[in-house]
Every structure is written in structure tokens, then in C-alpha cells.
Design a protein around this ligand. Structure first.
Ligand code: ISJ
Length: 378
């Protein structure tokens, strides 16, 4: 005979009430443990003890399904217990080698390196973020920008990391883990492409345009409509420079209106990109591990073992600590076939106990965990 639903639910209600009572009793004990740890300076997280507990509890389960389920359940319970302990201990319980600052250290002598040529969108991002009271210079490859910051030749660097139309700029992700640098800020630029030509030229004169492949793609309908041939070039601002040097009336460039100013070109037509929501996110990097007090996004990189559940357990740290995951990206690990490094963006500030808790546990679940930065996103 089938048991009545009402009857089953009443049973479940009773069991759940008992589980809640026991859970609260357990948390009371965790409070005692926190007090003990505070007085002895012992670390909150004890992975050996947790592993022993999981093994023992699995042994109590009567089916294979329940073995996994019990492990899953107690991973969560212990994570919550740790989160509670970190809260009781207050900030600084987990050691994160980042220093909070009220503002970034910037003055007229501060050297800032940006990617690309003058007039590039990276330069625009830099000027919008820092203003012009800095000492700016450029490097034409991502690697050079990153190395210039890593070795201290520049205090800050500005590079693109993501575009709304084309996605992540993966080279930057790889370079971020290769060097000891930190993301200290981000800045989003609305990318508006313009048709530039030599002074006096008209749109009808243009037969060929130079631009970065992205620029050509973003303006493809315009080029087709006007019967203009697109030719790929290293960067948008570089294309503007080339057109200015050639002084050929039939040659144009797709670049920013700023590039026109820089290289003395005319803006023949503004906003020729067909997608109006064309934004690029730039990051400001530093070789100092600092974060601003209003920082609300954390970027981390990590690797996990090539075993079932490895990524699940890693991501569970965020869920258990109520950290909203806003982006995940994976990049191939060199020398390891079909294995990946993960890049995750999370909402949070390094001062929060939930974040400290998550990071302390993440260190145990992953290898080569690197906090790439904690910065403000608007
Ligand atoms: C409660 C403790 O702190 C942490 C939480 C645990 C738990 O909830 O069982 C176990 C080990 C520690 O990582 C403890 O050290 O016993």
C-alpha cells in the first residue's frame, strides 16, 4: 500500500526539526572550537580532521548513493562551521597577502604603460581612469605591457581583457598567471569606431580601409554599403598612423575619433560600428598586492585535479559562502593534454569573513590558487 503523502511529510517535518536542533547544537560546539583556536592561535581549517570525518561518515552510510550524499552534506556543514568560526575570530583569521588602501597611489610622476599606439582605446581607458596628470607611455604587445609593470618600470599598466562582442582576450589571462602582478581596477570603454581619412577626404573617396580585424568586423555592413575594401592591420590606432603617413586620399582607417586627433586625420563618419552595445573592459594592473576598500569583485585562477567532482567541490566553496560567481573561463595548461586552468570572477571583498573562509578552503581543494586581484566593478 502506498503511504499517504501527508503522513510522509509529517515524518519528514519531524526529522528536519531534529536535524535543525542537532545542527544548532553542533554550531554551539563550533563556537567553543573558535574560542579555543583564538586562544591558541590554531588555524580554523584543519583539512586532515575534515578528511577523517568524511571517511568515517561515509562508512556509516548504508548505500553507495548515501555515501556520496553524506560526504556532500558534511562538506557543506563543515564549511558553514568554518564560516561561523571565521566570523567569530574577525578579520585577519585567514592570511591573504593583500593590503587594503584608501586610494591608488597616483601623481604626475606615476609611470603608467598602456597597450597599443597613441589614440588607442587602451589609452582612452587609461586617461578616463587616471586623468592626464600621470606620466604615460605605450608598449605595442600585451607581454611588454605586463613585463613593464612586473619589473617596476611602470607602476600601473592598462590592457583590454574582455569585449562584449568577441569575449575574453585570452592572451591576457595566460600572462596574468605567468607574472607576479595584480588587477587593482577595471574600466569599461564604449568602443565607437569612426571612418578616418586624410584632411579634405570625403567618404566617397575611400576605396580601402585599414583596421584591426575587430574594427573591420564591427563595421562590416558600413564597408559593404559603401563598397570599401577592408584590410587587416595590427591595431586601430596603428592603422590611423599608417594612413596619416601615406597621405593617400583613397585610404582610410577605422579607429577612434581620438586617433584622428592624434594623427591629424579627418573624421569622415562617426559611429560606423553596427552594434551599439560594443564595450571593452580594461584592467589596471600593478606589481603591488593592494585592493581598494570599495572593491567588490575578486578574480582568481586555479587548477584542479583531473578527478570526478574536483571542479564541483571547488565551486561549492563559493556557493557555501554565498559568493556570486559572475564569470568562468578556462585556458589550456601547457604540457598537459586536455587539462585546464580556471579563471573565476566572484562578487566580494577580501575583508569579508565569507571570502576569507572560501579562500582558505579553496587553497586545499585546488593547486596553484592565485588571487589575481580584488577591485571595484560598477
Ligand atoms: C570544528 C572544527 O573546525 C573546522 C570545522 C570542522 C567541522 O565542522 O567538523 C572540522 C575541522 C575544521 O576544519 C575543528 O577544528 O574541529
Amino acid at each position: 500500500m502506498v503511504v499517504d503523502l501527508k503522513e510522509s511529510r509529517e515524518k519528514i517535518d519531524k526529522i528536519d526539526r531534529e536535524i535543525t536542533r542537532l545542527f544548532e547544537e553542533r554550531m554551539e560546539v563550533a563556537n567553543d572550537v573558535a574560542a579555543y583556536k583564538r586562544s591558541t592561535g590554531k588555524k580554523v581549517y584543519d583539512p586532515e580532521r575534515e578528511q577523517q570525518k568524511l571517511d568515517t561518515l561515509r562508512g556509516y552510510a548504508s548505500t553507495e548513493f548515501n555515501e556520496t550524499a553524506v560526504e556532500d552534506l558534511f562538506r557543506q556543514i563543515m564549511s558553514i562551521s568554518r564560516k561561523y568560526q571565521y566570523q567569530k575570530l574577525g578579520p585577519g583569521a585567514a592570511t591573504i597577502p593583500f593590503q587594503q588602501v584608501d586610494a591608488l597611489d597616483v601623481d604626475e610622476d606615476t609611470r603608467v604603460v598602456y597597450f597599443g599606439e597613441r589614440g588607442a582605446f587602451s589609452e582612452q581607458a587609461m586617461l578616463e581612469y587616471f586623468g592626464d596628470r600621470i606620466t604615460a607611455f605605450n608598449k605595442t604587445t600585451f607581454r611588454d605591457v605586463i613585463e613593464t609593470v612586473a619589473n617596476g618600470e611602470a607602476k600601473y599598466g592598462v590592457v583590454p581583457i574582455e569585449n562584449t562582442s568577441t569575449g575574453s582576450i585570452t592572451d591576457i589571462y595566460d600572462l596574468l598567471v605567468e607574472h607576479d602582478i595584480t588587477i587593482v581596477a577595471e574600466h569599461v570603454v564604449k568602443v565607437e569606431q569612426a571612418l578616418l581619412g586624410v584632411p579634405g577626404a570625403k567618404t566617397e573617396d575611400i576605396k580601402e580601409v585599414y583596421s584591426h580585424p575587430q574594427g573591420l568586423l564591427q563595421c562590416a555592413p558600413f564597408l559593404e554599403e559603401h563598397g570599401i575594401q577592408g584590410i587587416e592591420y595590427a591595431s586601430t590606432a596603428g592603422a590611423a598612423k599608417k594612413v596619416a603617413e601615406e597621405k593617400e586620399k583613397t585610404h582610410g582607417a577605422i579607429a577612434s575619433t581620438r586617433a584622428a586627433e592624434v594623427f591629424g586625420l579627418d573624421v569622415l563618419q562617426e559611429r560606423i560600428n553596427y552594434q551599439s552595445t560594443n564595450f571593452t573592459r580594461f584592467i589596471i594592473i600593478s606589481n603591488q598586492k593592494v585592493f581598494l576598500k570599495d572593491a567588490n569583485k575578486i578574480s582568481v585562477a586555479f587548477e584542479v585535479k583531473h578527478v570526478p567532482g574536483a571542479l564541483y567541490n571547488m565551486l561549492a566553496n563559493f556557493y557555501y559562502n554565498e559568493m556570486n560567481l559572475t564569470k568562468i573561463e578556462s585556458r589550456p595548461l601547457h604540457g598537459k593534454k586536455w587539462e585546464y586552468r580556471f579563471f573565476v570572477d566572484l562578487e566580494g571583498n577580501l575583508n569579508e569573513s565569507a571570502v576569507e573562509n572560501a579562500l582558505a578552503t579553496m587553497h586545499e581543494c585546488a593547486s596553484n590558487l592565485k588571487v589575481l586581484g580584488n577591485f571595484e566593478t560598477k
